[in-house]
Design a protein around this ligand. Structure first.
Ligand code: ZN
Length: 80
């Protein structure tokens, strides 16, 4: 779970996300995907992960970003 690598972290922008994703719709896709329930908090960042076979870009609210940061050891970027 926490061994995933991060390719990049950018301030949230719907343009960073594929159509028909939660990120493009302006929602936090990280919680929606990992907890299976929609997240009520607005996205703060776009995060590209490097899994073995695919590299998804998730939108992440501030709470999700803190968790991702703790798990993967990277600094949280300043807000835009
Ligand atoms: Zn969230």
């Amino acid at each position: 779970m926490s061994v995933n690598k991060i390719i990049w972290v950018k301030p949230f922008n719907p343009e960073n996300h594929n159509v028909e994703t939660e990120g493009r719709a302006g929602r936090c896709g990280w919680h929606g995907t990992n907890e299976g329930t929609p997240c009520g908090e607005p996205p703060y960042a776009s995060v590209k992960f490097n899994y073995a076979d695919f590299q998804p870009v998730y939108s992440a609210c501030a709470r999700a970003l803190r968790k991702i940061s703790e798990d993967n050891g990277f600094p949280i970027p300043p807000s835009p």
